[in-house]
Design a protein around this ligand. Structure first.
Ligand code: AP5
Length: 210
């Protein structure tokens, strides 16, 4: 199954994709994670995108499209994948249609107040990238990852000014994809303001009906 996970920042796309990936045998591809790994490695791509991401803006379409075009050419994603965070603009969606046929687009619907609550409390492991949360899913000592012992940090783009910008960018550039994919008959809406396991169950039900 070839899936796109669409939704505002903090909708839970990454959290749900990590849980759904083994269930559907579909590799999880997150453009945000790819960019953050490049930044951590200090690669030319990382140096190019760091200030853009920290400010909550979008990386340019040409760079992002090329990244995904190359990733989707690999063998492990021939039959299935979950795209988390791509496409994010109409231009990216048009480009994707030219090199891969998506089966279903999930639109995770979450109100702004929940988004802000989730992002302002997010804690990320520097080593394995796992997303913890200060209140909803805290690591035991608040400082180290219970999964791998890595250091916990707060993403620069989870600070309030950048979150405001990300929501603005989402509304202007990404939200139009909802109607874009609805018109193609590919969209499934899922209410994602509840607990993770409830949303995961709703996702499984929605996909088994397809
Ligand atoms: P990216 O990493 O994709 O950021 P995002 O879309 O803003 O997504 P988030 O990671 O903030 O949210 P999420 O929906 O995955 O939620 P999560 O599961 O983490 O992109 C970062 C940046 O990279 C972009 O701003 C842009 O600059 C660049 N970029 C990426 N893709 C691009 C593209 N295609 N084009 C151009 N630029 C691109 O959950 C958030 C928190 O909430 C966590 O702490 C989690 O534990 C908690 N949580 C999740 N679900 C629940 C729940 N149900 N209940 C309680 N807590 C929950």
């Amino acid at each position: 199954m070839k899936l796109i996970f669409l939704g505002p920042p903090g909708a839970g796309k990454g959290t749900l994709a990590a849980k759904a990936s083994p269930l559907f045998n579909a590799p999880h591809i997150s453009t945000g994670n790819i960019f953050r790994e490049a930044i951590a490695a200090g690669s030319p791509l990382g140096n190019k995108v760091k200030s853009i991401i920290d400010a909550g803006k979008l990386v340019d379409d040409a760079t992002t499209i090329e990244l995904i075009r190359e990733r989707l050419a690999q063998n492990d994603v021939k039959n299935a994948y979950i795209l988390d965070g791509f496409p994010r603009t109409i231009a990216q969606a048009d480009a994707l249609a030219g090199f891969s046929k998506v089966d279903t687009v999930i639109n995770f619907d979450v109100p702004d107040n929940i988004v802000i609550e989730r992002l302002s409390g997010r804690l990320v492991c520097r080593k394995c990238g796992f997303n913890w949360h200060k209140n909803f899913n805290p690591p035991k000592d608040g400082k180290t990852c219970d999964k791998c012992g890595g250091e916990i940090y707060t993403r620069e783009d989870d600070k309030s000014e950048a979150v405001k910008k990300r929501l603005e960018v989402y509304r202007e550039q990404t939200a139009p994809l909802i109607e874009y994919y609805r018109a193609k008959g590919l969209l499934v809406d899922i209410e994602a303001g509840s607990q993770v396991d409830i949303t995961l169950e709703n996702l499984k039900k929605a996909l088994s009906c397809k």
